[in-house]
Design a binder for this molecule. Structure first.
Ligand code: M6R
Length: 609
């Protein structure tokens, strides 16, 4: 998490840095800061607690000027969100540094630096880096060499950028485990955590590799690899006009993104038809890999993990392929036994999630036959490190709560199920049914979006509540999990999901007239089982909110509120029902007055462990 922007130019850069931070705020928004080297080679600094708008206010009150600068938006790891802990951090009144990542050996380094006479002003892990750099500068090293010496002593993950009043035209930066991209300008150069931050100033980018150190000035750009050798890295053109982040008339990005789903789902599915062979949407060589796959291991975090949980039902039931699903933070550290001929599938909207990336990178050399990532961001670290890639066509997702990324991931996973099923257990007729269902999906989602007012009416009952239970059975259980995650993430109501059959093994004790129970209850093979579980809830005074199609046969009555869902093909029900639960959380959060797009304590891209 945390977003970095830096510039070395021949013009004032404060507005470029601020605009970059606005675009990076999805990476963290508890404090922000900026340091510029002015024309007299003085260091100018603003640090503010709160969102980037607080930094803008500080800049409006006391404008900082300068052509070389660094800026940062923070998601706190070490040290509470405060102006003191905000970046940049300073050393010797000459150096300012910003950091994204975690320095794991900060405590030992801090002790050494204190012994050398350095005084610490913050509670961050980052401050050790700026003092270390300073100590190497005092030994007579130029800024670049000081950075190269410093990173050798760091354990953990970092993207770093530093300015020094003794090197007033330069920014020096380094990355390992956290992303950093160079924006190549004409007579100016830039750095950022994400190329999105720099689309305003350039369309040419260099994605730095692990261990790279880079020095930029207005007229030069030099990259050195981990061993200190100068290297050339590929330049990538990205059209500046690709996407604009605006609300398009909606009150929040989350609502806009929920409503974009019919288009995003259609665009994601269309890829399978646009290419000569169906497997081509997974990348070159996919067909040969899929021919060998006998099992699938899915690894992901958060909402993307829920997509993996849904896919397990599809892969096993439809394609006959054994499938394991695990959260990346556990998978990465576990001693595993992997079946022969297993395909590793990672799922990540951002393509930068630290745990998922580490899971991919730590996979044993011969453990998997290949890796496939399902991601929404081309050129992301997971995309660059995987053998095969399926890109969801959700478009930029800005709301921290993942919506259209999740449903488009499910389309990608259903296409993977088809690709593997075609080679094994899936009949021609079943394949055809799934294709027809996918074609119709945008319409069913549109019909669900039209239930917005009814869902809004239902949402009022959740406002005074502190807890909620979400129930589902079979493939709807992960959808209940996703519904609960969405509600807690943006409304701060504690919500838990259970497979409904588990209720009687403990959670039923929680049910009383103060506990709303949401049931994901389409007509399917497990409906009668689910109905029995819901009766158990009712007879204990629980109030039910049931999302069900007419065929399921639920009727609204006292303490039972039925939201009539469209009747759609079985295979796409998890996607369609998700959309209704997204709207439920949105309306609850809206009425509770929380920050829907930037919920407290969270960030969009989780690039720390
Ligand atoms: O970018 P990723 O899909 O890897 O992110 C994983 C999770 O951090 C993410 O899905 C998170 O759970 C969402 N904010 C939930 O809405």
């Amino acid at each position: 998490m945390c977003g970095i922007v830096a510039a070395a130019a021949r013009r004032e850069v404060s507005e470029i840095l601020l605009e970059g931070l606005r675009r990076l705020e999805y990476r963290g928004y508890d404090s922000a800061g900026m340091a510029l080297v002015d024309n007299e080679h003085n260091l100018q600094l603003h640090k503010q607690q709160g969102k980037v708008c607080e930094l803008e206010k500080a800049q409006a009150m006391r404008p900082l000027l300068g052509c070389t600068g660094i800026a940062h938006t923070r998601w706190a790891t070490h040290g509470e969100p405060s102006a003191v802990n905000a970046h940049p951090h300073i050393s010797g009144q000459r150096l300012a540094l910003v950091h994204n990542g975690i320095i794991e050996n900060h405590a030992a380094l801090r002790e050494q630096l204190i012994a050398q006479g350095y005084e610490f002003t913050s509670a961050t892990d980052t401050e050790v880096v700026v003092h270390l750099l300073h100590s190497f500068l005092l030994q007579g090293n130029p800024l670049l060499a000081a950075m190269q010496e410093t990173v050798c002593l760091l354990e953990g993950a970092y993207a770093l950028a530093v300015v020094d009043i003794e090197h007033p035209d330069e920014v020096v930066a380094a990355r390992k485990g956290s992303p950093l991209v160079v924006g190549v300008g004409i007579g100016e150069n830039f750095l950022a955590s994400d190329q999105l931050a720099l689309r305003q100033v350039t369309d040419r980018f260099i994605f730095l590799e692990e261990g790279d150190v880079v020095q930029i000035s207005p007229s030069s750009l030099q990259i050195f690899d981990e061993s200190g050798n100068p290297v050339e890295r590929a330049r990538t053109m990205i059209s500046a006009a690709v996407e604009v982040a605006d609300l398009g008339g909606f009150d929040h990005y989350m609502l806009k993104e929920i409503h974009e789903q019919p288009r995003a789902l259609a665009a994601t599915f269309a890829q399978s038809a646009a290419l000569p062979a169906a497997d081509d949407c997974f990348g070159a060589g996919a067909a040969a890999v899929f021919d060998r796959v006998r099992a699938v291991q899915i690894v992901a975090c958060g909402t993307s993990f829920h997509a993996g949980m849904v896919a397990r039902y599809w892969l096993e039931e439809l394609a006959g392929i054994p499938c394991q699903v695990e959260v990346a933070s556990e998978f990465r550290y576990r001693k595993r036994v992997t079946r022969p001929d297993t395909l590793l599938v990672t799922i990540s909207q951002s393509g930068e999630t630290a745990d998922t990336l580490a899971a991919l990178r730590n996979a044993g050399a011969d453990e998997f036959i290949a890796s496939l990532v399902i991601s929404n961001v081309d050129n992301s670290s997971l995309v660059r490190d995987s053998d095969l890639v399926f890109l969801t066509r959700a478009g930029m997702e800005i709301g921290v709560a993942s919506t259209k990324a999740f449903t488009t991931q499910l389309v990608g996973l259903l296409l993977l199920t088809l690709a593997l099923g075609r080679r094994g257990a899936m009949t021609e007729q079943k394949q055809q049914e799934v294709m027809v269902a996918l074609q119709g999906l945008p319409d069913y989602v549109q019909q669900t979006l039209e239930l917005d007012s009814a869902i809004e009416r239902l949402s009022g009952a959740f406002i005074p509540r502190h807890h909620a239970l979400f129930l589902g059975r079979g493939i709807q259980y992960p959808i209940a999990m996703e519904g609960a995650l969405k509600l807690k993430e943006i409304s701060y109501i504690h919500a838990e999901a259970y497979p409904a059959g588990e209720l009687k093994h403990g959670p039923l004790a929680l049910v009383d007239d103060d506990m709303p129970v949401v049931a994901v209850a389409p007509s399917d093979d497990l409906l009668e089982k689910l109905k029995s579980n819901l009766e158990e809830v009712r007879s204990r005074g629980g109030e039910l909110y049931v999302f069900a199609d007419r065929q399921a046969g639920f009727v609204s009555e006292a303490r039972v509120h039925v939201l009539p869902m469209p009747h759609c093909p079985e295979v796409i029900k998890p996607i369609v029902y998700t959309v209704a639960l997204q709207l439920l959380s949105y309306h609850v959060a809206l009425q509770k007055g929380t920050d829907v797009d930037k919920p407290r304590n969270l960030a969009k891209s989780v690039t720390v462990e």
